[in-house]
Structure formats: structure tokens, C-alpha cells
Design a protein around this ligand. Structure first.
Ligand SMILES: C[S@@+](CC[C@H](N)C(=O)[O-])C[C@H]1O[C@@H](n2cnc3c(N)ncnc32)[C@H](O)[C@@H]1O
Length: 362
């Protein structure tokens, strides 16, 4: 085994120990990082009432990776833990959809599997639509899932734990269908963190030590073919542990939800004279559709958009929600981002992405 593989194997073992033995439930967490600060949406709140209380207690996520329009889709959850998000997704995809949860820790997978039947009954399904597989997110090809078979890949506070984030991205790219979406919540840092933090089992286990420096993540995503990463939400994370906070040396952590599409996009916003009109037909969202922090579409309003945004809206499962105007044959130069920005109270906030815009910096 070479040094890199040895390092990866050791990290997996440490993570398995942290999530399989050190933590029994969320009360054992040493910081506030693997927790969610925002209240759930009304739709998720209603589903949460049906989730088993022990599954809730084993939830260590930092966001809400539940994109809209999931009915009938196949969703893969990377680092599914005790299965809380998979069971929520089980309800969102409906009985004809399919949810696959992957986690490296045997105790987590066994725990999730023990709760499949409870949720099948709670949702009134004849057959469960969820399955849990033990595996590493850096080696998704070993799961025997068909290439280009997944509509949506989600993940909640996991990719930060991986020492081979580029392998994770490459695996996702190969499993996603054309036009498919990665929609994930994770912890990002505003700088590269010191090696001593990355070597500390507890600090890594708490989703801090190997948190992704946002700009490095953009670089990795581009190398894996995801040229335009969109920020859905971003908020400063309180750590709630003065000792660990002191060791961060002033670095700030953010909980962010990002979306990436498997589409042939460009690495910047170009103007092809296009515009989009949201039809107001997303169930539960008659007034507006949020693509990301800089792209909020009021129903019925004609909004000029760059070619990447046009491709996201017309080349993904969201295509039935929009009328995209313009064939995009003629180039008019760099897209003036301000033109498509619709200000939305509460969307700007203390956002790292707002301070350091990348890709489509709108
Ligand atoms: C912070 S917990 C989040 C779990 C789950 N997403 C949730 O929201 O409750 C991180 C999970 O990722 C899993 N994990 C960490 N590194 C992994 C890897 N390289 N491959 C697969 N799973 C991994 C751990 O076993 C643990 O269950």
C-alpha cells in the first residue's frame, strides 16, 4: 500500500470509530458543527413527524439537502449515517422512486437497515423504496450501481471527512444521469486549515479538521467536470466549544448547500441573449423558484439569464418549470450578472460565497 492509500485507510478507520463507537447520538457531539441551525421547511416538518425518534437522534447533518421535484427519481445519499435523510427522501421520491444510502460505518448501516420497515409502514408503502449499502464514497464504482443511473446525489456533512474529495466528485460524475444534479450540504472553511487540525481525529470527526476550503472545492469540482457551482445557502457556523475554536486560529466555518449539474457548462457567465420565465408550477412554490442565492425567479417575470443558467433550467429535471426564451445561438459578450439578480430578503446574509464569488458570481 502506498502512503496515500495508507492515509486514506487510516482516515476511514478513524471515521468509522468516531461514528460507530464514540458517538451514540447527537448529544455526544463535542461541537455544534454537525447540527442544523435553520428550521426545516413546512413540508419537511410534516415528514419529520413520521421519522423514528431514534433515527432523529442519530442525525449529524449540517443542512437540508432536499431539492425540489423529486417524485419518481432515484436519489443517492453519500454518507447516509443512521438514515434520517434517506427516510425523508423516501417520502419525497414517492413509492415509485428509489433511495440508496451509502456509508462506510457498519454500525450506521445496520442501524439504518433496522428502521426500514418502520418507515415503510409510516409512509404507507407496499414495498420499501430505500436500501442501505456499506461502502466508501471515494470508491463508488465498487457499489455495482449502473453508470449514469442516478437522478440526484445528496449528502449531508460528509464530504468534508474525505481525504480524497476529488475521487468522490469523479465517482458522482460517473453515476449521475446527464442533466442530473448534485445537491449537498457541507462544512466549508474560509481558508486552508493547519495540518495539525487535519490530523486530529476528534476535530476531523466533528466535521472541522478537513473542512473544504471553498475555493479549493471549486477547483476540484471544475477538474471533475462541474464548471459552474451554485450556492443555494450559506451561513456562518457557531462552534460552541471554546477550546476547539481557539485552535482554529481565526478560520471561519460555513454550512453551505451547493448544487452542481452534470451538463456541458462553461466556467463563466456568457450572454447569449436568453431569458427565463418561471411558470409557477412547482408544487408548494407558486410565487418563486430559487435556483441559487443569486438566481431567484418570481413567477411570470421575464428574467435575463446567462447561458449556463439557461442550460440548467432547460437541461435538467426543472425543464418543465420554465419557459426559456432565446435559442442561444448568438453571443453578446460577458453576461452582466446584475441583470438577472433579484434581491431577496434573507438570502444575502453573512455568506462566504457572497464575499468570494466564484463561477457565476451573480
Ligand atoms: C457527520 S455524519 C453525517 C451522517 C448523515 N449524513 C446525517 O446527516 O446524519 C458523517 C457520516 O459519514 C460517514 N462517512 C465518513 N467518511 C466516509 C467515507 N469516506 N465513505 C463513506 N461514509 C463516510 C460516517 O460514517 C458518518 O456516518
Amino acid at each position: 500500500m502506498n502512503a496515500k492509500d495508507q492515509g486514506l485507510a487510516q482516515r476511514i478507520e478513524e471515521v468509522q470509530h468516531y461514528y460507530g463507537a464514540t458517538l451514540n447520538d447527537k448529544e455526544d457531539l463535542a461541537t455544534n458543527v454537525c447540527t442544523v441551525d435553520e428550521p426545516p421547511s413546512e413540508a419537511i416538518k410534516a415528514i419529520l413527524k413520521k421519522i423514528h425518534p431514534e433515527v432523529q437522534m442519530r442525525f449529524y447533518g449540517c443542512g437540508a439537502p432536499f431539492p425540489p421535484l423529486l417524485d419518481g427519481t432515484t436519489v443517492l445519499d453519500l454518507g447516509c449515517g443512521g438514515g434520517r435523510d434517506c427516510f425523508i427522501l423516501s417520502n419525497l421520491v414517492g413509492e415509485h422512486g428509489h433511495v440508496i444510502g451509502v456509508d462506510a460505518t457498519a454500525e450506521q448501516i445496520e442501524f439504518a437497515q433496522r428502521h426500514i420497515e418502520y418507515h415503510r409502514e409510516a409512509f404507507g408503502y407496499d414495498r420499501s423504496n430505500v436500501q442501505f449499502l456499506q461502502g466508501r464514497i471515494e470508491a463508488l464504482e465498487q457499489l455495482n450501481l449502473a453508470p449514469e443511473s442516478i437522478d440526484v446525489i445528496v449528502s449531508n456533512c460528509v464530504i468534508n471527512l474525505s481525504m480524497a474529495k476529488s475521487d468522490v466528485l469523479k465517482g458522482m460524475a460517473s453515476l449521475l444521469k446527464q442533466g442530473g444534479e448534485i445537491y449537498f450540504s457541507d462544512i466549508f472553511a474560509d481558508r486552508r486549515l493547519a495540518q495539525e487540525l487535519r490530523d486530529d481525529q476528534q476535530i476531523v470527526g466533528e466535521c472541522i479538521g478537513d473542512a473544504l476550503y471553498y475555493e479549493d472545492f471549486i477547483r476540484l469540482a471544475r477538474a471533475a467536470g462541474f464548471l459552474d457551482v451554485r450556492v443555494v445557502s450559506s451561513s456562518l457556523k457557531a462552534i460552541n466549544n471554546p477550546e476547539i475554536e481557539a485552535r482554529l486560529g481565526g478560520a471561519k466555518l460555513y454550512s453551505m448547500t451547493l448544487r452542481l449539474f452534470k451538463l456541458a457548462l462553461e466556467d463563466g457567465c456568457e450572454d447569449y441573449g436568453q431569458a427565463a420565465v418561471y411558470q409557477g408550477n412547482l408544487p408548494g412554490a407558486p410565487d418563486r423558484f430559487v435556483l441559487d442565492q443569486g438566481h431567484v425567479f418570481d413567477a411570470g417575470r421575464v428574467v435575463p439569464i446567462c447561458r449556463n443558467s439557461a442550460d440548467m433550467l432547460s437541461g435538467s429535471r426543472y425543464r418543465g418549470l420554465f419557459e426559456v426564451i432565446g435559442e442561444g445561438r448568438r453571443h453578446y459578450g460577458v453576461f452582466a450578472c446584475g441583470a438577472e439578480q433579484v434581491s431577496s430578503p434573507g438570502m444575502a446574509g453573512a455568506s462566504m460565497a457572497a464575499q468570494v464569488p466564484s463561477n457565476c458570481g451573480c
